[in-house]
Unconditional design. Structure first.
Length: 214
């Protein structure tokens, strides 16, 4: 069943609404998977994008892309209290890590796993939130419908992204600065996400001689 909500809520606010309303019961597990094919310029030392240049970005595409998903999970499920990770460079196209795996535990007791591979055969972007009575599946960067699976079947919520994708978030910043609203993303929540990524990459950066960002 495909549903098109009448409210102007964004995809991510809809996901939070579903979790907070108990649509999947008590949350047990969050699983993140992001696979991407390498870009042609990644292996070109002259045209190589800054996102895979550790001297500029501090790492590779993991820092650029995983931050968005991890920040949303912090908003959705609360802070991550414990995290461990592995990273490596399998394809040798650039100096930064091109594969990362991680496990973590939220302060609430919910556990999570993540796998990011940037030299994969195909593209895959899916996060699953598994609960005691169902699960949610959604994309961080795509526009696929949100999928809700319960004993009643599968419901899909098709919510279009804004024309200017960052505008709603920027508006919350402006509203808070003007004293007429609240921005859910703060320097404190950003620092938590940075800490998570630093912990995931700690062992890799130690071996590679790349300093932590904190």
């Amino acid at each position: 069943m495909l549903q098109r909500p009448r409210s102007p809520a964004t995809r991510f606010l809809k996901i939070k609404e579903l979790v907070d309303s108990g649509a999947i019961g008590d949350v047990r597990l969050a699983m993140v998977t992001l696979h991407q094919q390498p870009a042609p310029a990644d292996a070109d030392p002259v045209k190589r994008p800054w996102r895979v240049a550790p001297e500029i970005a501090g790492g590779g595409k993991f820092l650029d892309l995983a931050s968005h998903t991890l920040d949303f999970l912090d908003y959705l499920l609360g802070p991550i209290a414990q995290v461990k990770g592995l990273a490596g460079n399998q394809a040798g196209l650039y100096p930064a890590e091109d594969i990362v795996t991680a496990t973590w535990r939220f302060a609430s007791g919910v556990q999570g796993t993540g796998a990011w591979c940037f030299t994969a055969y195909g593209d895959l972007d899916v996060t699953e939130i598994v609960g005691s009575r169902g699960k949610l599946a959604f994309s961080t960067f795509g526009a696929e419908p949100i999928s809700l699976t319960t004993a009643d079947g599968v419901s899909r919520f098709a919510i279009r992204n804004p024309v200017h994708i960052q505008q709603p978030m920027i508006q919350t910043v402006v509203d808070e600065l003007n004293g007429v609203g609240h921005c859910p993303s703060t320097g404190v929540s950003a620092a938590r996400t940075t800490w998570v990524m630093d912990e995931v990459l700690r062992e890799w950066r130690t071996r590679s001689g790349i300093p932590l960002s904190t």
